[in-house]
Design a protein around this ligand. Structure first.
Ligand SMILES: O=P(O)(O)OC[C@H]1O[C@H](OP(=O)(O)OP(=O)(O)O)[C@H](O)[C@@H]1O
Ligand SMILES: NC(=O)CC[C@H](N)C(=O)O
Ligand SMILES: [Mg+2]
Length: 479
């Protein structure tokens, strides 16, 4: 679930890109990269590590130009090797293309084989390079960016929000189902597209609207324009973005994520009330849920776990050993707030069970009398193929256990999950407009061996609509 950003700003982009990536760090901790363009030169700096480790002001000063893109990676296809760090560059007779992607394709192998047969040489093992190859190949044969993106939308199966820098113009597009988020903002001297609105906030910008599913947005020195490339009969926004991935202060597809999580917390109490002394969140993402639960139950919100602020997210770490060790360093108990207490412990999700098992144990050792675990998502029973690194059923604690067996396995006194209908209502999109694959085992794209709920996608004979007025776009969003 990487983070992407694209900026055109008349006063230079490397520092704004850096700040935007900083705001998106929670979406990918493995590597970071920026490409900018000035004159005829494409500049790129990228490496493994956190944003603050990869860049410093000297490096940023060398990334010249008024247009650029950036990426933070959380690997889903292709391992954790330096070659797979984004953005990826493609150069051909004066064409300078750089590309960054959030999402995951499910037809990578067949597309790669096809392009290899056509003579394409690949230097990474990611799905993203395929997207770049399709675009570079189309532009090389003098097609327009609109045609190149139309070809992508016809050929790619899976999720993709993409930013591309083509000779100093920034393009952004979102798959026809809008699986991964992408939004547009106005900043002082230009425009920004980013995975989440917190990146726009970091630059003191204004969120204009989300990129529509199937839309191609173009930003250059003249401003912003947009073309609808494809339309679908439904959306499929990733439900796990609302549950875990997005920052609570982001507005995503029209909804403040904090509000969604707080509403879920309230409904969690309604679904299975319990008598207790304290409501305790599992930081970070359990906090908004616990706030809602405490509000509805009138049980005091008390922090029984403290998070070490220098630790990243543990779920998105690549190996189980790293995740296990990290949970203990990341979270510690506040003993005085737990001793002899009946505690409602609220978290957003139980995926592998690494976190819950460990902290239930820690809270019990701190002297809690009862631990009632409440979870802001239904049981996660099926893998994600579309951008979250939970690839097999075997690693998901709820895929082969019922609620009672999960409770026993994590050691809680009671355990309750939010029902899917309540989660969907709290989000505000109908279930048919959400991707619920990890909760239901039914996916919005065809995946061999899995059930799919079919979607119909139409390709629009796209006319380029100049749309330079931010006011007009704002009105559109609120209409
Ligand atoms: O069952 P598990 O496999 O342990 O995964 C679920 C946990 O992982 C996530 O937290 P994480 O520490 O990644 O990030 P956070 O600080 O944003 O909550 C999530 O919020 C759950 O707490
Ligand atoms: N999490 C993501 O969006 C990852 C993008 C891409 N699939 C990669 O693995 O690099
Ligand atoms: Mg957590």
């Amino acid at each position: 679930m990487c983070g992407i950003v694209g900026i055109v700003d008349a006063s230079g982009v490397s520092f704004p890109l850096y700040y935007a990536l900083y705001a998106l760090q929670h979406r990918g901790q493995e590597s970071a990269g920026i490409s900018t363009f000035e004159g005829t030169t494409l500049y790129t700096h990228k490496a493994q590590g956190l944003v603050a480790e990869v860049f410093n002001s000297q490096i940023l000063q060398k990334l010249q130009g008024n247009a650029g893109i950036g990426h933070v990676r959380y690997p889903t296809t292709g391992s954790k090797i330096p070659e797979n760090v984004q953005p990826f560059n493609f150069r051909y007779l004066g064409l300078e293309l750089s590309i960054a992607h959030n999402g995951n394709l499910v037809n990578t192998a067949e597309l790669r084989a096809e392009y290899e047969r056509r003579g394409q040489i690949f230097s990474t093992t990611t799905d993203t390079e395929i997207i770049g190859s399709i675009i570079a190949d189309a532009l090389r044969t003098s097609k327009s960016m609109e045609d190149a993106v139309r070809l992508c939308m016809r050929r790619l199966r899976g999720s993709y929000s993409v930013v591309a820098l083509v000779n100093g113009t920034v393009y952004a597009f979102r798959d026809p189902l809008g699986i991964k988020p992408l939004c547009i903002g106005k900043i002082d001297h230009g425009y920004i597209v980013a995975s989440e609105s917190v990146a726009i906030d970091a630059l003191d910008g204004t969120l204009l609207r989300d990129v529509r599913p199937g839309e191609l947005v173009c930003i250059d020195e003249d401003g912003l324009s947009s073309t609808q490339i494809a339309t679908a009969n439904r959306r499929a926004h990733c439900i796990f973005e609302y549950i875990y991935f997005a920052r609570a202060d982001s507005v995503m597809d029209g909804t403040l994520v904090y509000d969604v999580r707080r509403r879920i917390g309230q409904r969690l109490y309604d679904a299975k009330p319990v008598e207790a002394d304290t409501v305790c969140p599992v930081p970070d993402s359990g906090i908004a849920y616990a706030a809602g639960y405490a509000e509805r139950s009138c049980i005091p919100f008390v922090e029984g776990l403290m998070k070490n602020r220098y630790m990243g997210r543990t779920f998105i770490m690549p190996t189980q050993q790293q995740r296990e060790r990290a949970v203990r360093i990341k979270l510690n108990t506040v003993r005085g707030n737990l001793k002899d207490k009946r505690v409602v412990l609220v978290d957003d999700s139980i995926v592998r069970g690494t976190t819950s098992r460990r902290i239930v144990n820690m809270i019990r050792e701190a002297g809690a009398e009862e631990i009632h675990l409440r979870v802001g998502s239904p049981p996660i029973i099926a893998p994600c193929y579309l951008g979250v690194d939970m690839p097999t059923r075997a690693e998901l604690i709820a895929s082969s256990r019922d609620v009672e067996a999960v409770r026993e396995s994590v050691g809680a006194t009671t355990l309750a999950y939010i029902p899917l209908e309540d989660l969907v209502e709290a989000i505000g999109w109908s279930e048919t407009n959400l991707c619920t694959g990890c909760l239901t085992g039914c996916y919005p794209v065809d995946i061999p061996g899995e059930r799919s709920c079919h979607c119909i996608v139409d390709y629009v004979a796209g006319t380029h609509q100049a749309d330079l007025s931010s006011f007009k776009m704002e009105k559109e969003r609120t209409a």
